[in-house]
Design a protein around this ligand. Structure first.
Ligand SMILES: Cc1ncc(C[n+]2csc(CCOP(=O)(O)OP(=O)(O)O)c2C)c(N)n1
Ligand SMILES: [Mg+2]
Length: 338
């Protein structure tokens, strides 16, 4: 065991290890996603969360996992992994296989695990935000104290439906947190080109909604802010808007080789100096929380884990073509009570 420095840590050693492992697992899993996509083993479209991991890790640590609700856009791989969904079923879905969590018919953009409170994975930009308000409405209507996290992108924050959703959330006091992940880019365009007001945190203000801008790269800061806001929303039964500043290291999607005109490689390299995994490693080292050997062992473990998960998912067969019309409408509807 490394010698502990005599300072108060921002999280316990066990929690720091958990955040480190979670961010590494998401990173290694998504590198595999890119590989399977490029090998022609994943159909449709696929968007990785590389560089943004601290946001999901910090926010999901602040909720009651399996009780609170989560809904997101298509950059959705981190959510089921953090909620404890079967990683093989997650990868199998991305590869369009029978063992996938949406029976292999949804793909990367339509991950779903209703039992753990994860309501997708949605491809229409901004289109899931009223569904997030609806989840919060349902919980409130039933007298439960569940809250909903609705993740959306900076591009989605311009969608008309998001403004209507904010109005209803403010009007009906819905316990939903809209987490606008400002990764600086929509699809092939940067924030200054797509938003008239680039301070997206202000989106909630006209609707009387508490709103603020927060860091999304330092997992310890993210978690501290997230805890404060989650507790506030649960207690006050009111909505909240946060703009979380993170950065998309990869191209928009797996098919985007990032030879883009909207940013330079120098800019990307500069952003990578605040890689959330490296920031946590620096904190762990500065506070002697783990030895170098222990960190290397966790890295190796996460790499093996991603390899194994991908191999197992690849062993799952493709869905039977005769099932193509199954699950289209009501077959997967949840039972009474949710
Ligand atoms: C209604 C709609 N318009 C356009 C698209 C095409 N599209 C896919 S992703 C995207 C950019 C969204 O950017 P952002 O909300 O910042 O999310 P990010 O990709 O950064 O996670 C666009 C325009 C779409 N899917 N839906
Ligand atoms: Mg974006």
């Amino acid at each position: 065991m490394a010698k502990q420095a005599n300072v108060k840590l921002a999280a316990s050693p066990a929690q720091l290890e958990q955040f480190y492992r979670e961010m590494l697992q998401i990173r290694r899993f998504e590198e595999k996603c890119n590989q399977v996509y490029r090998a022609g083993k994943a159909g449709g479209y696929l968007h990785v969360y590389i560089g943004m991991e601290a946001t999901a890790v910090g926010w999901l640590d602040a909720i009651r996992k399996g009780y609170d609700y989560i809904i997101a856009a298509y950059r959705d791989h981190a959510f089921p992994l953090l909620l404890g969904s079967d990683p093989v079923a997650t990868m199998a879905e991305i590869m369009g296989r029978k063992g996938g969590m949406s029976a292999g018919k949804g793909g990367s953009m339509h991950l779903y695990d209703y039992e753990r409170g994860f309501f997708g994975g949605w491809g229409i930009v901004g289109g899931h935000t009223p569904l997030g308000a609806g989840l919060a409405f349902a919980a409130k209507y039933r007298g439960e104290d569940r809250i909903t996290l609705c993740f959306l992108g900076d591009g989605a924050a311009n969608a008309g439906v998001f403004f209507e959703t904010l109005n209803m959330a403010g009007l009906w006091d819905l316990p939903v947190i809209f987490i606008i992940e400002n990764n600086e880019f929509a699809m092939g365009t940067r924030i200054e080109y797509h938003a008239a007001d680039t301070e997206l945190w202000k989106r909630g203000l006209p609707f009387g909604i508490e709103s603020e801008r927060l860091d999304g790269m330092d997992v310890l800061k993210v978690r501290e802010d997230a805890k404060r806001i989650v507790d506030w929303v649960r207690k006050n039964q009111r909505p909240y808007v946060v703009e979380v500043m993170n950065y998309r290291f990869a191209g928009h999607g797996a098919a985007d080789n990032d030879q883009s005109l909207y940013r330079t490689q120098e800019e990307v390299e500069k952003a990578k100096q605040r890689d959330p995994i490296a920031l946590l490693e620096a904190y762990i080292r500065a506070n002697n929380v783990m030895t170098e050997e222990k960190m290397e062992a966790i890295q190796a473990e996460c790499e093996d884990w991603a390899e194994r998960v991908t191999e197992e998912a690849d062993a799952s067969p493709h869905p039977d073509p005769a099932e193509v019309y199954d699950h289209v409408y009501t077959d997967l509807m949840p039972e009474e009570g949710h």
